[in-house]
Structures are given as structure tokens and as C-alpha cells.
Design a protein around this ligand. Structure first.
Ligand SMILES: [Mg+2]
Length: 232
């Protein structure tokens, strides 16, 4: 990388700990519960639309997912969904909120190594209580100089973060699994980005054309490669 990177941002969900596959499983459970009224394809599409429409009010996260799922069940069953099914959908959401936190391979080692050479900040998006719980249970908190839990990861969010932390954009690198949240907005403000793939990506985090050839974008196969990349 050209020039010294001083500040390292790291994403949480699907970068440091498992997330999306748990949502995929929850959506599968929801589809089974509501199968008498709609196909999995119909339910998936309706749920995505409803979550998106609800996002300005609910934000990202499990609670918005759960309420949206109940609304879709009521809609697609034309009000016929029984209370016990509604309760079962709520239980699916609660199970997500209570799920053990599974730190991904190499995350602890990589974050610990980075914290020895750089100021490292967690930049994660979603429900405040849930993200705080995941951070606490991950045991990774001690490595972060700063934690930023945001409701959206857009250029303005990153610019505000860099003002707060008094870091010029060219000295900041963001590491994460999402092109839309961790790469694109960071490149847009003149900072660096490192994409670390996760085996499944939430449909809302997909972008049409990733900026693969961007001069400030790097990609690694695993977090284990990051400390050496930042040294180079
Ligand atoms: Mg992520």
C-alpha cells in the first residue's frame, strides 16, 4: 500500500463473526412456518421488500427482520395466520438474538496482530444491543481502540468517523466482507479498502459491479493475510 495507513477499521458481521448464514437459516424456518400460504420464493421476495420498506423505521438487524416476517405472514395469509404461527416466527427471531457468537477462523489472531501496529476500530452496522452483545461475547473488544456501531455504512458515516478520530482519509483502511458497506463508500471518500469474502452474502449487500480494479482496493482470501498486507 502506498503511504502509511494509521487507522484500521474492521467490520463485524461475516468478517469477525458468523451472521448471514444464521439469517439464511432463520429465513428457511420462516418459510416452513408460512408454507401453507406461499412458496419459499414468494416469501423470500416479499420479506426482502418488506424489510427494505421498513428499514427507515427499524434500521438493520434481527428485530426489523422479525417484525417484517410477521407482517409478511399476515399479508400473504390474508390475515389467516394463527397466533401460534406468529409466536413461532417471533421465536425464530428470538433464537437469532440469543444465538452463541461464533468468531470466524483467524479473526482473533489477525485483530490482535493489527492492534499491535495500528489503531484498530470496529465499524459495525445494525441493532445497538445486538451488536454490543456480539462484541462482548466475541472476546475481541480488548483489541479495539474505538467501537462505532452505525445505522448505515455510507460515505457520510465514514467521513464523520474520520473527523471524530482525526484521521485523513488516505491514512484509513476499512476491512470487511461487503462491497456495498465496507468497500464502495470507503473508496468514495478517498480511503483504502480490503475485501475479505464470506461464503454467503446478504442480497442487500450485493452491488452490481464491484470496483475490482480500483487503485485503493485490495482483496484477500482470509483475515490471516491482512497484517502482512498492511506491512507491505
Ligand atoms: Mg459484514
Amino acid at each position: 500500500m502506498v503511504g502509511p495507513v494509521r487507522l484500521v477499521g474492521i467490520d463485524g458481521d461475516d468478517t469477525l463473526w458468523r451472521c448471514q448464514d444464521l439469517f439464511d437459516e432463520a429465513e428457511g424456518a420462516f418459510c416452513e412456518l408460512v408454507a401453507p400460504w406461499a412458496s419459499p420464493a414468494e416469501l423470500g421476495e416479499a420479506l426482502a421488500l418488506r424489510e427494505s420498506a421498513n428499514r427507515p423505521l427499524f434500521g438493520y438487524g434481527i428485530k426489523g427482520f422479525t417484525i417484517s416476517a410477521v407482517e409478511v405472514a399476515v399479508d400473504l395469509s390474508r390475515g389467516d395466520v394463527p397466533a401460534r404461527t406468529v409466536q413461532a416466527i417471533l421465536d425464530v427471531g428470538r433464537a437469532l438474538l440469543e444465538h452463541p457468537v461464533e468468531v470466524l477462523p483467524d479473526a482473533e489472531t489477525a485483530v490482535a496482530a493489527l492492534a499491535r501496529t495500528h489503531k484498530v476500530v470496529l465499524v459495525t452496522k445494525g441493532d445497538l444491543v445486538d451488536q454490543q452483545r456480539k462484541l462482548r461475547l466475541s472476546g475481541l473488544g480488548k483489541h479495539f481502540a474505538h467501537v462505532e456501531i452505525v445505522s448505515e455504512k455510507d460515505p457520510a458515516t465514514y467521513e464523520e468517523l474520520l473527523v471524530t478520530l482525526e484521521c485523513p482519509a488516505e491514512q484509513f483502511v476499512m476491512i470487511g466482507n461487503s462491497e456495498r458497506s465496507d468497500v464502495e463508500p470507503v473508496l468514495a471518500i478517498g480511503a483504502w479498502a480490503v475485501h475479505v469474502p464470506y461464503h454467503t452474502t446478504w442480497r442487500s449487500e450485493l452491488v452490481g459491479e464491484p470496483s475490482l480494479g480500483h487503485p485503493r482496493r485490495r482483496a484477500v482470501a482470509s483475515l490471516a493475510e491482512i497484517p502482512a498486507l498492511l506491512e507491505s
